[in-house]
Design a protein around this ligand. Structure first.
Ligand code: SIN
Length: 524
């Protein structure tokens, strides 16, 4: 029983919602598939905020410069320019749609985060920025009667006919069976794959299904070796790796080792506000030096009143685990946080497959290069979500919608969950061998482990999961240098000849490209 719609959007985080609103306000019918409920996404978990040029002492050139610097030579300057210049307009629009960013005396309040030369991070309800943005976007999306949300609908595969994406196959939650939905175009907004690692700040759904599905459908996948580890996830036995926002260090928090020594001065003159990869590696070195598995975030220079007002959700979570953020040293260690790589997409979200668009963390557009500047991801989802929606409508609203598909069914048994055994083995292997510090030996070991797992008869979800692990591992083994989020102890320095992007396509050897944007972009 096939269905037909104008456009399918997969994912309901900031990128998916913004793309859907763009399509619906242009007059299209949009079906939004999400694997959980509509408000469950990585966006919802974003604490820190959204970087935007709105304060009097800031300008687009400064934000652009900070983003390029963090990206360690692999940003696409046009993508960065698009992000910072268009970002301001889209944030103002979010405010018009009712998003309540924090204010003092009526004026927006900006906070500081690592590697930003200005205080330019907006936040909402202290540390619940993503949640507030999702609330406002869902409310706005509900005003569009042509947006249909389909929750608990796991997408199994992208349907590609004659080289064009014509729809998706998903697991219908009511029929409990696979079902096809055909459309003029599909927009992937499925987020990243932080859950590949044993320790992650991401929600359990961040398994990177969109990246693997696009890979199997024939799309190019770029820069998967670049994974960002957040330095300060709460590190308590039997507690999830809850994020202790970088904004806490922006507001004066300091890092201490197990002996109580403030150590960042030994590693970088920017101290606790050095880029995340540097802070994460410094923490690992310090844990090794002191023979412990943790360091501590010290917020005790700030008053309880300030901290509870500024970080209410963090204060409440820590309190649940018996920690008073104004009095106790908070045990922290790094955890996987963000994938810079993903489905290769141009500035309009077009992937290398006609009819398939993508936006947000699932993509690699060149906005983040080898390392994302803190708080640029919500902005990316907003700007590039809107652009993907606009481009899909402009390019494909006349496309013919097919009504049947005879392609092979799902790759393995129908099961929307990654099996416990696969999840455990992949997460541990990624953490031990493909983590914050890797080398040729550890990566080769990981490759053989993941290839063995992939050779079994796996459900679609498990296959996607281990495929993403393979994509990261292969690219990390291929890149014989260190740059941004990718650090190899056997090749510890950046090498100019390696200032290229890794590109992977199904059935082909990994290759390099000096540009991340590609030919199809010239069409607009
Ligand atoms: C944080 O609050 O530290 C996370 C913000 C981000 O990853 O951009």
């Amino acid at each position: 029983m096939a269905q037909v719609t104008d456009f399918v959007v997969i994912g309901s985080g900031i990128a998916g919602l913004r793309a859907s609103i763009a399509l619906a306000s242009a007059g299209a019918e949009v079906t939004v598939l999400t694997k959980s409920k509509a408000s469950d996404s990585n966006t919802e978990w974003a604490q820190g905020g959204v970087a935007v040029v709105l304060s009097d002492d800031d300008n687009a050139g400064l934000h652009e410069g900070d983003t390029l610097e963090a990206g360690a030579g692999l940003c696409d300057p046009r993508a960065v320019e698009t992000l910072v210049t268009e970002g301001t307009r889209y944030i103002k629009e979010l405010i018009e749609w009712g998003t309540e960013f924090d204010r003092e005396g009526g004026r927006l309040v900006f906070t500081q985060e690592a590697a930003h030369s200005r205080r330019r991070i907006l936040h909402a309800h202290g540390d619940s920025t993503g949640k507030e943005i999702v609330r406002a976007l869902i409310a706005r999306a509900r005003q569009e009667s042509s947006i249909r949300l389909l929750p608990f609908a796991d997408t199994e595969k992208l349907l590609v006919r004659d080289g064009r994406c014509v729809g998706v196959r998903y697991a219908d939650p009511i029929l409990k069976a696979p079902r096809d939905i055909f459309a003029k175009a599909v927009i992937l907004c499925t987020g990243g794959a932080g859950q590949l690692y044993l320790h992650s700040t991401n929600p359990s759904g961040a398994t990177g299904d969109g990246i693997a599905m696009a890979y199997f459908a024939g799309a190019e996948i770029a820069d998967m070796e670049f994974v960002q580890f957040h330095p300060t996830a709460l590190n308590l036995e039997n507690a999830p790796r809850f994020l202790l926002s970088e904004a806490m260090r922006g507001e004066g928090g300091v890092l201490r080792n197990a002996r109580g020594k403030r150590f960042m001065a030994d590693y970088d003159e920017r101290l606790e506000l050095a880029p995340r990869d540097i802070v994460s590696r410094s923490i690992v070195s310090e844990m090794r030096k002191t023979g412990t598995r943790t360091v501590y975030l010290d917020m005790t220079s700030k008053s309880e009143e300030f901290l509870v007002h500024r970080f209410p959700a963090i204060a409440a979570t820590c309190s649940y685990y018996g920690l008073d953020i104004s009095k106790d040293l908070l045990p922290v260690s790094p955890a996987s946080h963000y994938c810079m790589g993903g489905v290769r997409a141009d500035l309009w979200g077009r992937t290398t497959i006609p009819g398939l668009y993508a936006a947000g963390e699932v993509t690699c557009t060149g906005v983040h290069g080898a390392n994302r500047l803190a708080s640029n991801s919500l902005l990316e989802g907003l700007v590039f979500g809107a652009r993907a929606g606009e481009a899909a409508f402009r390019d494909d609203s006349e496309a013919e919608v097919v009504t049947s598909f005879s392609g092979a069914s799902a790759a393995g048994p129908l099961d929307a969950r990654v099996s416990t055994a696969v999840r455990k083995r992949v997460k541990r292997g990624m953490w031990e061998w493909v983590g914050i510090m890797r080398d040729g030996e550890s990566l080769t070991r990981a490759l053989s482990e993941f290839e063995q797992i992939a050779s079994a008869n796996l459900s679609n979800a498990s296959r996607n999961f281990v495929t993403n692990a393979l994509l990261v591992t292969r690219a990390a083994l291929w890149r014989e240098e260190s740059r941004g989020g990718h650090f190899r102890t056997d090749h510890p320095d950046p090498v100019e000849e390696w200032r290229v992007h890794s590109v992977q396509s199904f059935g082909e050897a990994i290759r390099s490209d000096v540009r991340i944007n590609f030919e199809r972009e010239a069409a607009v």
